[in-house]
Write a protein that binds this ligand. Structure first.
Ligand code: LLP
Length: 423
């Protein structure tokens, strides 16, 4: 349980009462707080679900780029999935070696491709190619560098939209998505990669979407990926090392999530078994499932407002700090950090940003408005999507271990923002 209440009703993150952070003058609200032990536990559970099968769990760094989190996961032996040269640098700096890094993205720049190819003795584990057109670009960069680029072909499995149990903005494995090589072009992609002397085909991959709450579309895609690998092997390809079935494992934001990360691992194991491909390494690249539940945004109530039948709690965190509700109509639970005793009322929780979408929804909170709240399940795609819209600060990030703040990443203040707007 990432957050819970102690006997006095105080909200705990791990074992730390969040009120301690709110009462500590060093930390201004809003801030992010993360439970490092919870993150390590989630990663360990998923890693163990693969048992003795050869596998690699790569954190999708886009979900959370914080050094203390990446370092903790690197120590566990995890890899990373990156989508930019900057994310690649962050992962390396956290100690994740090139052979545990995969690089996705539909429009990698030449300099980013060069960086990935040039690392270590043989570059990263794989550049994951997203189109026929990208094949010749990567081959040309590898030739120019006098290296061989290890590549994986990302398949777009054309999963039926209704099998992708998620929001349209984060569904990627269907026909109209810009991601991956369409099914019908996969044979041609394999031919082109194998023909290019500067490329080695080491894998196939997919990522069909994020916050999947059922395994249906994932299983269908895994079966297709195995079929494609079997065809390539039958066609004489001897260089395959892994199949990467992406991320997307959903979490419970409060309305349930039928499938657990271990269920997705189970699908991979059974599809590899069925296709007799268990000698290949199983790679997955979850983001949210590792970090989502273990981060919160802590915010103070600035004031309340009652007008007609509406009543709002206005907090000092806004859509610039956590954009998921505004962008995807996502619902994050919001709870009082103090004991919520006494009568409750339905409050609409909003931030200070000048947009009607700066609205975190209606929540049951103490009728006597709480002085501070925690927005739950904000560990993934929270800080990484934050902005300084309206000249607001970027929040601090506090990392908690064994009930204490063990490290802090300072955000960017509004004063720094204001100074940055002049030459
Ligand atoms: N692999 C690739 C190639 C991806 O594009 C993504 C996420 C992942 C792995 C990790 O997906 P996860 O396991 O975290 O679901 N900002 C959105 C989510 C965008 C996901 C983008 N790609 C949100 O806040 O829900």
């Amino acid at each position: 349980m990432p957050v819970s209440r102690d006997a006095q009703g105080q909200l705990l993150l791990g074992t730390l009462p969040l009120r301690q952070l709110v009462d500590d003058p060093r930390w201004a609200t809003p801030f992010y707080a993360y439970d490092l032990e919870g993150i390590v536990a989630s990663a360990t559970t998923l890693d163990n679900a693969f048992g003795r099968a050869p596998h690699l769990v790569c954190l999708a760094v886009k979900a959370n780029t914080a050094g203390p989190i990446l370092e903790a996961l690197s120590r566990l032996g995890l890899g990373a999935d990156v989508v930019s040269g900057a994310e690649l640098s962050v992962a390396l700096r956290a100690g994740i070696p090139p052979e545990r890094l995969v690089y996705s993205g539909v429009a990698k720049r030449d300099a980013e491709i060069d960086m990935a190819i040039g690392l270590g003795d043989r570059g990263i584990l794989a550049l994951q190619i997203e189109s026929l057109e990208e094949i010749s670009r990567v081959a040309a960069r590898a030739l120019a560098a006098g290296r061989t680029a290890r590549v994986s072909v990302r398949i777009n499995p054309s999963v039926k939209r209704e099998l992708l149990s998620t929001h349209d903005h984060i569904a990627t494995g269907h026909d109209e998505a810009k991601f991956g090589v369409p099914r019908d072009d996969v044979k041609e992609a394999v031919r082109r990669v194998r023909e290019a002397s500067a490329l080695t085909l080491v894998g196939f991959n997919f990522h069909i979407g994020s916050q999947l709450t059922e395994v249906g579309g994932y299983r269908e895609s895994a079966a297709l990926l195995c079929q494609i690998a079997q065809d390539a092997i039958a066609g004489g390809c001897t260089s395959l090392e892994f199949l990467n079935t992406g991320g997307g494992f959903g979490i419970d934001y409060g309305s349930g999530c039928a499938a657990s990360p271990a269920d997705f691992a189970g699908v991979v194991i059974s599809e590899f078994d069925r296709a007799k491909l268990s000698h290949l390494k199983m790679v997955v690249e979850p983001g949210r499932a590792l970090v989502g539940a273990h981060g919160v945004v802590v915010a103070r109530t600035v004031q309340t407002k009652v007008a007609g039948h509406c009543q709002w709690i206005m907090i000092d965190a806004g859509m610039n700090d956590l954009i998921r509700p505004a962008l995807y109509q996502a619902r994050h639970r919001i709870v009082s950090i103090d004991d919520p005793k006494g009568p409750a009322a339905s409050w609409v929780v909003v931030g200070p940003v000048c947009e009607s979408s700066d609205d975190f929804g209606a929540h049951e909170l103490p009728a006597n408005a709480p002085r501070a709240v925690a927005i739950l399940d904000a560990g993934a795609y929270g800080f990484t999507m934050a902005s300084q819209y309206n000249g607001r600060a970027l929040p601090d990030e506090l990392f908690i271990s064994k009930g204490e703040v063990v490290s802090v990443l300072r955000g960017r203040t509004s004063a720094e923002w204001a100074a940055s707007r002049f030459c």
